[in-house]
Design a protein around this ligand. Structure first.
Ligand SMILES: [Zn+2]
Length: 550
């Protein structure tokens, strides 16, 4: 049966339950259509209604909060097409171009886009103002930001703007540019006669601008003021936070300064929650691992650990899991140091040792707040580990991270900390080890047949050697790096009865790993080789990142 328009409008967030009830009563009284009533009451616009009707007839809606936008599409689809048809291409998946539109029945526009990109096109409905903003940000802003930055930094004379205003403008433009490029960090680094501005994109630093030395001190001071830092003492490192808001986006920035011989360096981490925490499906877990992970996070108890070195994406995985299970009916709480991403519907606590709030007592207090799910930023010591286990055994789902190279090592690490083996065996439900590998830029990757030694790597790991693998080259789409974006590589151990028994009996790392393999665990290096065979990444990249496996 078709869904009713009123229900669709409610699902899309245009109206709430009370409004729907009132409108339905009105339709009974007057015999009018629900859409007409809602429009007359001013609760929905004609456009909202059109979208709801499109959804009713089977069109897909774009989840604009989590949509990932592929910046490289800007270069392929001209702005003229996008503005004329209000159709915004945002991603390519499995050879299909995905485009946002307010009118999914616009066949003419879709055919035109198919001809332009040479790919099948799938359309998704999105609100008109979202599409307008996306075109503004992704098509117009990147170029105009550069123009504005250059206008400030190249011109000697200030025009009518005062020096202060120009610095204020420049400081914001540099952040906007980082946002548009999808950068995770911006570095302001003093050099002898100039200032270098770097952006970290997909895990790699790119030098983006060189400014004259005279910009160094004013920019530094400006960022310090924005981050509410003490500007009187330049000889010690400072930390601060900016609540950033501009026409381009609203997000938090974590700022730190560090004194060097040539002056203070500034590093800004852009905490763009929507870009980071998306759908579980986008984490890059292989289908069978995704299914196991999904099942485990929906249990009401147990401990789930993600492991890996700093920067391996383990916190992102946990946040994504947390968001997947978060609902108004369950109490999600976190204890973090520091809070990475501020999520409005979750009760987050930051450890503050100076103020006496340690991991230990924050976690103890959290337990008294009747939580259902607890995210513990990191297990570092026996006390935190004990508390996390106890919580997991008493009807709470506990998510946390640990610094170990592979999944099985997590067990040894916790036993080394002095955790009781039987408690560990019963508390632990899953371990996910992970790394991030850079993915090849689809515009410039070079395909080639693998050499004999390269083939051997596949066969030694129990895989058929592919006929083709790929290497990075470099082009304008990827800042000449040959890579665009990153993908997670995982190793998932589900703790079943057999593994529980092994943990309890103090088994060796190798025995646990072998048992896990029997139960379906695919080791990380092998998972990564599958990505090489799919031309998603290169063999060298896998060797670089998963070095302790090679
Ligand atoms: Zn490229």
């Amino acid at each position: 049966m078709k869904k009713r328009i009123g229900d669709i409008l409610m699902e899309m967030g245009f109206i709430d339950g009370d409004q729907l009830k009132m409108a339905l009563m009105e339709t009974k009284k007057t015999g009018s259509m629900i859409g007409d009533v809602l429009q007359r009451l001013g609760w929905v616009t004609e456009e909202d209604l059109q979208m709801a009707i499109a959804v009713q007839s089977g069109a897909k809606i774009l989840d604009t909060a989590t949509a990932e936008i592929d910046h490289s599409l800007m270069a392929r689809i001209p702005i003229e097409f996008v503005t004329e048809h209000g159709m915004f291409p945002f991603a390519v998946e499995n050879g299909v171009l995905k485009a946002a539109t307010i009118n999914p029945f616009d066949v003419i526009a879709r055919d035109k886009l198919t001809r332009l990109c040479g790919q099948r096109v799938e359309t998704f409905i999105a609100p008109k103002n979202w599409i307008g903003k996306a075109i503004e940000v992704y098509y117009k802003t990147a170029q105009s930001l550069d123009d504005e930055i250059n206008a400030i930094t190249y011109s000697g004379a200030g025009g009518e703007a005062t020096e202060d205003n120009r610095i204020i403008k420049l400081s914001g433009l540099l952040i906007d540019k980082g946002y548009v490029l999808g950068a995770s960090d911006i570095h302001i680094v003093p050099d002898n006669n100039l200032v270098r501005i770097y952006y970290r994109i997909d895990g790699v630093l790119h030098q983006m601008y060189l400014f004259a030395k005279k910009f160094q001190q004013p920019l530094l001071t400006r960022y310090k003021i924005m981050a509410e830092m003490d500007i009187s003492n330049p000889n010690i490192p400072h930390d601060g936070r900016i609540k950033y808001q501009s026409s381009v986006g609203t997000f938090d920035i974590r700022v730190s300064t560090f004194p060097t011989q040539l002056g203070e360096t500034v590093v800004m981490r852009l905490l763009i929650y929507n870009k980071v925490v998306g759908d579980l499906k986008n984490l890059g877990l292989e289908p069978e691992d995704l299914e196991r992970f999904n099942r485990t996070i929906k249990r009401p108890y147990g401990l789930i650990l993600t492991t890996g070195p700093t920067g391996s994406g383990k916190t992102t995985t946990l946040y994504t899991a947390l968001m997947a299970i978060n609902s108004p009916n369950i109490n999600c709480m976190t204890v973090e140091d520091p809070i990475e991403y501020v999520i409005p519907t979750i009760r987050q606590t930051a450890v503050n040792v100076k103020a006496g709030l340690t991991f230990e007592n924050a976690l103890r207090s959290t337990m008294r707040q009747d939580p259902d799910v607890i995210l513990v930023g990191e297990i570092r010591d026996k006390i935190t580990a004990d508390l996390a286990m106890r919580a997991a055994l008493t009807g709470h789902l506990v998510l946390s991270t640990l610094h170990t190279n592979d999944a099985a090592s997590a067990i040894n690490r916790l036993l080394d900390l002095g955790i009781n083996a039987s408690i560990l065996a019963s508390a632990l439900s899953m371990i996910v080890a992970q790394r991030l590998v850079r993915t090849l830029c689809p515009h410039c990757l070079v395909r080639q047949a693998p050499s004999e030694s390269e083939q051997a790597i596949f066969t030694q790991n129990g895989l058929t050697a592919p006929t083709e693998i790929a290497k990075p080259k470099g082009c304008d789409h990827c800042f000449q790096s040959g890579f665009r974006g990153r993908a997670g590589v995982y190793e998932v151990i589900q703790v079943n009865r057999d593994i529980e028994r092994l943990v309890f009996s103090g088994a060796l790392h190798r025995e646990i790993e072998d048992m896990a393999k029997q139960a379906g665990t695919v080791l990380m290096f092998k998972q990564a080789l599958k990505k090489v065979a799919r031309l998603q990444t290169s063999l060298e990249e896998v060797m670089r990142v998963i070095v302790d496996y090679a």
